[in-house]
Write a protein of this length. Structure first.
Length: 247
């Protein structure tokens, strides 16, 4: 996907999140995030949007901490919408050679922030719709496959990931509706950080198959595993569910 496409997804998903949050009410519980109410979700995402926007609009090259200040309930949603618009507009106006801090491999800082915030906001839009209790807005195949890729080749190969195994094991994930070569990941689990191969060769101890959207929700711990096809050692799926949570 192109950077402009990620920015458009971010624009749409932020608006959907705000709409769902407003309909659910700020005191509604957020099922995918135990202990959270919608106000916590809106505050979290609003803080993240402002944090990301500072890198993009100010060209900050240091890993600045997130600001944890958010307004009271009465203006919380308008505050969220303002910060979301600031981030979208900042990304859309940023030069291709933007130089700023970022934390996962990417073709450029601009490509990183557009992609990361599109997925961050989509995952939390799902949370807001879950709090509302409505059917989830569909997630496109290409975008969902990209989100699985970011999770498996970006987030969980870092040292801070808790996805580890005391003996070598392998877990394959296949998106059955993704284009050839774009929906197959082979994860190698050891006591060291996860190693993921795109379209990796060889057998796996466990294979999980589903549509890209189903995998996106399940692997980000926002959807059920019941609709997925799981073969082999199912304890690897249990290990993932137990250790791979990303808020």
């Amino acid at each position: 996907m192109e950077t402009a496409e990620f920015i458009e997804v971010l624009r749409r998903e932020g608006l959907l999140l705000a709409d769902a949050a407003g309909q659910a009410g700020l005191t509604a519980k957020v099922p995918p995030c135990p202990g959270w109410q919608v106000r916590d979700l809106v505050r979290h995402q609003g803080v993240v949007h402002r944090w990301a926007a500072r890198f993009v609009t100010e060209g900050r090259t240091d890993a600045a901490r997130m600001e944890e200040d958010a307004p009271e309930d009465g203006v919380l949603l308008s505050w969220f919408r303002e910060g979301h618009a600031r981030l979208v507009d900042g990304l859309a106006a940023a030069p291709p050679d933007l130089d700023c801090w970022y934390f996962l491999p990417a073709p450029s800082p601009l490509a990183f922030w557009a992609r990361r915030q599109a997925h961050e906001t989509t995952v939390h839009r799902v949370d807001a719709e879950a709090a509302l209790g409505k059917d989830l807005t569909p997630i496109g195949t290409a975008f969902a496959a990209d989100g699985v890729d970011e999770l498996l080749t970006g987030f969980h190969v870092r040292a801070k990931s808790r996805v580890r195994s005391d003996r070598p094991r392998s877990l394959r994930v296949r998106a059955v509706d993704a284009p050839a070569g774009q929906g197959d990941w082979l994860m190698h689990l050891t006591a060291d950080p996860l190693r993921t191969e795109r379209a990796g060769m060889g057998p796996a101890d466990c294979t999980v198959r589903g549509t890209a959207a189903e995998l996106y929700l399940a692997l980000w711990n926002r959807g059920p595993y019941e609709g997925l096809e799981v073969s082999g050692d199912t304890s690897l799926v249990e290990l993932w569910q137990r250790t791979a949570a990303v808020i």
